[in-house]
Design a protein around this ligand. Structure first.
Ligand SMILES: C[C@H](O)[C@H](O)[C@H]1CNC2=NC(N)=NC(=O)C2=N1
Length: 101
């Protein structure tokens, strides 16, 4: 579902733990480190359940206890409220489970 893209700087101003993607797409990124693979995969499972619920999916990779996440809305060619909602959800979980790396 297409939506009007949000301004990158305004999104980042509200999400201090996220950074701008340094590529040719408008996207935000956050890297997290957990205690171990079990904790990292548990986090990914919780995010995956939200992703299916709101039909909005992160681009991410996992190596042992590390999860690198990129958020953007492909359908809109930029950032939308769905990315902000996903980022806030991730921040909430990470504040109790993960650490920034
Ligand atoms: C058909 C389906 O609703 C779309 O492809 C959804 C699925 N998940 C998505 N996830 C993300 N990150 N961006 C999208 O534009 C998107 N679109």
């Amino acid at each position: 579902m297409a939506q009007t893209p949000l301004d990158l700087d305004q999104v980042l101003a509200d999400l201090p733990q996220w950074r701008a993607h340094a590529g040719d797409r408008t996207a935000i990124e956050r890297s997290l480190r957990f205690a171990d693979f079990n904790a990292a995969f548990g986090f990914m499972t919780r995010v995956a359940l939200l992703a299916e619920t709101i039909d909005h999916h992160p681009e991410w990779s996992n190596v042992y206890n590390r999860v690198d996440i990129l958020l953007t809305t492909h359908d809109a060619g930029g950032l939308t409220e769905r990315d902000v909602r996903m980022a806030r959800f991730i921040d909430d979980i990470a504040s109790s489970q993960g650490t920034q790396s």
